[in-house]
Each structure stands twice: as structure tokens, then as C-alpha cells.
Write a protein that binds this ligand. Structure first.
Ligand code: FAD
Length: 385
């Protein structure tokens, strides 16, 4: 089952690095809900988190297919890249929309691993998926923005120095487009944490280091505005295809892990005097999940190809994310069922990976919202919202 055409040398090196972080490591982090610091440090030292940063800023200057290869291999090895994957796509917003001065100030340190840009604050408790209804405001006072409001599900905020923050700089008024008046700020959390920025961890069904944030007159230098004021929504949108593509690669990695586990166990576990995998009731769900994974992988390849040619493949990136998330979930189901009672035991890692891969049906974008994108933007049906 090797169909890994892209970056075989990177895949091999990442797989080797991941051998140092076996199931027991991830189980322990999961049990304590602790941040996998040693893993993130190893990944940073090896340069993988700087894979997509251009060489002129000290990164590896690799294309998105390399980012996908890295994330897929982490997940395929039984690990989870959720603790650090955001740096790959949030960095793209800074790269595309930051000024030369901002890029020169931050990217080399991010590439070197001495500065972390792991957090992005978009979702709010009241607005949810309806991003343009967000209520966090930034008011310009001299050369400083004063930020007030709240974010939820801001993952990794406790383990990041910088955060991309989407907030409203112009209040909504009659006739104004809801997507206008939003701005993206690069917040240096080291300067405000514990004062005007309060971070509260949220415990979740899997270990994800996610938090809620409260801004109480939080000062952010106006120099930290990315691009133009009022155009922040577009900047966040412009990073979403990359995010979908990278997350789809994680799902493909998860699906491969579940399928490998399930088919191995089905072949060796003997009940009623024969391997359980000899029964088609056990064999077929695994085969079906495999076919779903391969189809998702092909769509992912297509999305990567278009993206690397400089296109904006909204359709393919969304389809790849949805198909890959469905494949990983089907594979998780098949794997758990194949293992019977043992699937529920911590030491097999299946229940942990099962909880982890469930997230992709909801975040970073829920399946319904992808379907509505396809229905409305690809098939031209009436808008539902
Ligand atoms: C562990 C975790 C980590 C996250 N990390 C981050 C992060 O780092 N930064 C960040 O900004 N956000 C983050 N999120 C937020 C995530 O992007 C949102 O949870 C997700 O986009 C869904 O938004 P919501 O939870 O507000 O659901 P809601 O918008 O309240 O939706 C609830 C349900 O209703 C459905 N729904 C809503 N509207 C429609 C509609 N018009 N048609 C059909 N169905 C609809 C949705 O599909 C969903 O299933 C994270 C979430 C989780 C759980």
C-alpha cells in the first residue's frame, strides 16, 4: 500500500523522526491533555515547520505538496500534527499580505523556530461559522489599535508567540458589505498575555490545546496590521485553500494508519478457528474505506497540482478536505469495529485516533459548509445563507 509519489525522501525522514514518538508518547500526552512539546521541538529543529517559508527568509522554500507529505506522514505514523500544523498555513497569510518590513521582522525567526506563529483567532462564540457576524472590535487610537471582544477555539494560543486575529475595524452600517470592515492583526501575545489578554484552556474529547480568549482593551501597534484595513476577511479567505489541502493530507494519513491497523489485525486475529478477516463482513468495510481513501488522495493530488500551478482551486481543495475527512472517519469506524473490544483499550491507540479524526467533520470547516460551497459556488444553486 505505497502510493506516495511525492517527496519520498521527506516522507522517509519524517517517518523516521516519528519513530521516536511512538503510541506510548501520544497516549501519555492525551491522558494528561499536555502539549507534545518534545515532538514539536523535534519537528521544528528538523526544519519541517518552516517547509513552506521561502529560502530568502530562512525557510526550506518547498511547495505545498511537501507540507502535505510531512503532515500525512505524521498522521500515518499514529501521531497528530494538530499541535503545530497551523504555522504552515497562517504563515502564508503573513507571506502574501504582510509588508516587506513585517516579513523581514518575523519570518526569519519563525523559520529558525525561535518565534511561533501557531494561533489564529477567527471563530467567536456567538458568530460561529457566520464569520462576518463577529463582534471583536479594534479601534484605532493614535498609532495603536485597542481590541475588545472574545474568541473561542483559538487553538495553541498558550504555545504560540504570535496570533493572526480577525476583528472588525469599521462597524457594520446600512448598505455596507458584511465582508468589508474586517481587518487582520498580527498580535504579539507575549506583550499582552495575562494583562489585557486572558487565555482560558478548553478541555475537549481529544488533546488539542484549544482555548478561549478575552480581549480587554488589548493594545496592538497599528504597524501590526496586515495589508489594508477593512480587507482582512479576504486575507483570511485567501489562506483557506492551503488550509483545506494540508488538513486533507492529515486525514489521508489517518485513513492509512487505520486501514493498516485494521487489515493487519483482521489477518491475524483468529475466532471460530479462522482469521476474522476471512469473513467478508469484516473485510469489506476495510476495503471500502481503502477505496474512499484512494479517491480522496487523487482529489488531493489534483488540488495540490492546481495550487502549485498558481491557481485558486476552491472546488478541489474543498472536495479533497471533505472526501479525505469522510475516508478517515470510515477507516476509523472500520478499524474500531474490526478490533472488537480491544479497539476500546487505550493501549491500541485506536480509540485515541478515533477521537482525533472525528474533529475533521467539524473543524476547520464543517462538512455542511463544504456541501453548501459546492451547491452554491460550483453548481450554481440558490444561496442558503
Ligand atoms: C478542537 C477545535 C479546534 C479549533 N481551532 C480553531 C482555531 O484555531 N481557530 C479558529 O478560529 N477556530 C477554530 N475552531 C473552530 C471551528 O472552525 C468551528 O468550530 C467550526 O468552523 C464550526 O463552527 P461552530 O463550532 O461555531 O459551529 P456553528 O457555526 O454553530 O454550526 C453548528 C452546526 O450547524 C451547522 N450549520 C451552521 N450553519 C449552517 C448552514 N447555513 N447550513 C447547514 N449547516 C449549518 C454546522 O455545519 C455545524 O455542524 C476549532 C474548533 C474545534 C472544535
Amino acid at each position: 500500500m505505497t502510493h506516495d509519489l511525492d517527496h519520498p525522501e521527506i516522507r522517509e525522514a519524517v517517518a523516521k523522526l516519528c519513530e521516536g514518538f511512538p503510541g506510548a508518547y501520544w497516549r501519555d500526552c492525551d491522558r494528561q491533555q499536555s502539549y507534545p512539546t518534545a515532538f514539536v521541538t523535534a519537528l521544528t529543529k528538523a526544519g519541517y515547520l518552516a517547509a513552506l517559508i521561502p529560502e530568502e527568509y530562512g525557510g526550506l522554500g518547498l511547495p505545498i505538496s511537501a507540507g502535505c507529505a510531512i503532515l500525512e506522514e505524521i498522521h500515518r505514523s499514529g501521531g497528530n500534527a494538530g499541535a503545530c500544523h497551523a504555522q504552515m498555513y497562517t504563515m502564508g497569510t503573513l507571506l502574501r499580505h504582510g509588508s516587506e518590513a513585517q516579513k523581514a521582522q518575523y519570518l526569519p525567526d519563525i523559520a529558525a523556530g525561535s518565534l511561533r506563529l501557531q494561533a489564529f483567532g477567527v471563530t467567536e462564540p456567538t458568530s460561529g461559522t457566520d464569520t462576518t457576524a463577529l463582534r471583536t472590535t479594534a479601534r484605532l487610537d493614535g498609532d495603536t489599535y485597542i481590541v475588545n471582544g472574545q474568541k473561542i477555539w483559538t487553538s495553541r494560543a498558550e504555545h504560540s508567540d504570535l496570533m493572526l486575529l480577525l476583528c472588525r475595524t469599521t462597524p457594520l452600517s446600512d448598505g455596507m458589505k458584511r465582508t468589508d470592515g474586517l481587518s487582520t492583526l498580527l498580535v504579539d501575545m507575549r506583550q499582552v498575555r495575562g494583562n489585557s489578554l486572558t487565555i482560558r484552556p478548553i478541555r475537549t474529547m481529544m488533546n488539542h490545546a484549544t482555548t478561549e480568549l478575552f480581549f480587554d482593551d488589548m493594545p496592538v501597534p497599528a504597524a501590526n496590521l496586515l495589508g489594508e484595513e477593512g480587507k482582512g476577511f479576504r486575507y483570511i479567505l485567501s489562506g483557506m485553500n492551503a488550509e483545506r489541502i494540508l488538513i486533507a493530507a492529515e486525514c489521508v494519513g489517518d485513513a492509512k494508519w487505520f486501514i493498516a491497523k485494521a487489515s493487519a489485525y483482521a489477518s491475524e486475529r483468529t475466532v471460530f478457528g479462522r482469521p476474522i478477516g476471512q469473513n467478508q463482513g469484516v473485510q469489506f468495510p476495510i476495503a471500502k474505506a481503502y477505496s474512499q481513501m484512494r479517491a480522496a488522495e487523487l482529489m488531493l493530488r489534483e488540488a495540490i497540482r492546481l495550487f502549485e500551478e498558481g491557481n485558486n482551486p476552491g472546488e478541489e481543495a474543498n472536495l479533497a478536505k471533505m472526501l479525505a475527512a469522510d475516508a478517515s472517519w470510515a477507516a476509523a469506524e472500520a478499524c474500531l469495529q474490526t478490533h472488537g473490544g480491544f479497539g476500546f483499550a487505550e493501549e491500541y491507540d485506536i480509540e485515541r485516533k478515533y477521537r482525533e479524526t472525528r474533529l475533521y467533520q467539524v473543524a476547520p470547516i464543517s462538512t455542511n459548509l463544504i456541501l453548501s460551497y459546492i451547491g452554491e459556488h460550483v453548481l450554481g444553486m440558490p444561496r442558503s445563507y
